[in-house]
Write a protein that binds this ligand. Sequence first.
Ligand SMILES: Cc1ncc(COP(=O)(O)O)c(C=O)c1O
Length: 439
Amino acid sequence: MDTTIPNDLEAFWMPFSPNRAFKADPRMVVKGEGVHYWTADGRQILDGISGLWCVNAGHGRPEIAEAISAQALELDYAPSYQVAHPKAFELANRVSAMMPDGLDHVFFTNSGSETVDTALKIALAYHKANGQASRTKLIGRSRGFHGSGFGGVSVGGMQANRKDYGNLLSDIDHLPHTHSLEHNAFSRGQPEWGAHLADALEDLVYLHGAETIAAVIVEPMAGSTGVLVPPVGYLERLREICTRHGILLILDEVITAFGRLGAGSAAERFGVTPDLMCIAKGLTNAAFPMGAAIAHDDVHAVFMDAPDGATELYHGYTYSGHPVASAAGLAVLDIYEREGLFQRARDLAPHFEDAVHGLRGCPHVIDIRNIGLAAGIELEPRAGAPSKRAHDVFVEAFESGALIRYTGDILALSPPLIAGKDHIDQLAAILKSALETAD
Ligand SMILES: Cc1ncc(COP(=O)(O)O)c(C=O)c1O
């Protein structure tokens, strides 16, 4: 095990992190295997968040490492502009085969953020190609997270991520979020209350006119703002309203695809097929960066009416369909299939649900919510110090051997799909004692 600790932490400007606080008291991990990380001083840390919602098949999988290594030796890079290599096509076919019917056209990117921007651009270009160029408005949702690109931040609904960046994209509006402590606290699975919140889209149609709206983008389950589970019937209603008004529905499944909810996608789990889907993270188990926007046949077909020989979409990235990422993705999909990991997640979900709801009654806990292998535990904020209490619980849990995540005063859990019941129990026990320790 390489236990080297860099002796100067200054040069790396860390993303979404309080850099000075981290560098004064760093938490460094140097090895990952199965459901664990190891720190530089040899402590084992239970990974309660699958890295960053992405290492669904667990760390250090030799099959993935071998596929990456073999591909890098055989063909390290090939462009996907007018030349290509077979594995990108193979992966696109495999991905489309595991998604709901009609989601058959895979546009590769390198991250969730690029994927979201890709999907938004496809939506705009689709309407233009379809003779409805007035449809330029993009609708996101409050408390949505769609990555860090200008498009994703614009449709995103997190104030901290937006407030320093000027006007962002124009022609944006937002739906209300679905979180309600009053109506839904301590729901197990999908809350009963809240489907009617989808009707806010009708209000936006009334306000702006359907002929100005290109697309609505939502996370089926909002992950980064604290595991907001869609109310029963909400996504179905959103789908119905979009269809009725000719608005494209984009599901951002960067977190929810590849087993997190016990199915290949949230679209499959909830029976709601979007016009465009965003994936990343679990696509390669995070062993190599890759994302993809998946277009429905009906969306894709409009582009294929372009004159013969024309480029149908002026969009792409140097690394779209990167050979090494493609090889990693194929190895990962093999693991998911061979080990039945989506079913495994579905089978483990009731145990996970009981374990997290067992934290009800711990100090400061005002809500617990869950679906599949994801849970949010909301804490009463400390007076005058928002998010400090959750930060303290996060640090205490790490010191006690578990990595969790927090946003504001909400703790999030999303263990790898290979976790056992014993790991879930251990995670809950560590969290319980961290909650009892924090003031
Ligand atoms: C729903 C969603 N969309 C987009 C992103 C952005 O992905 P990336 O960090 O790979 O750009 C994330 C990241 O967590 C996400 O949760």
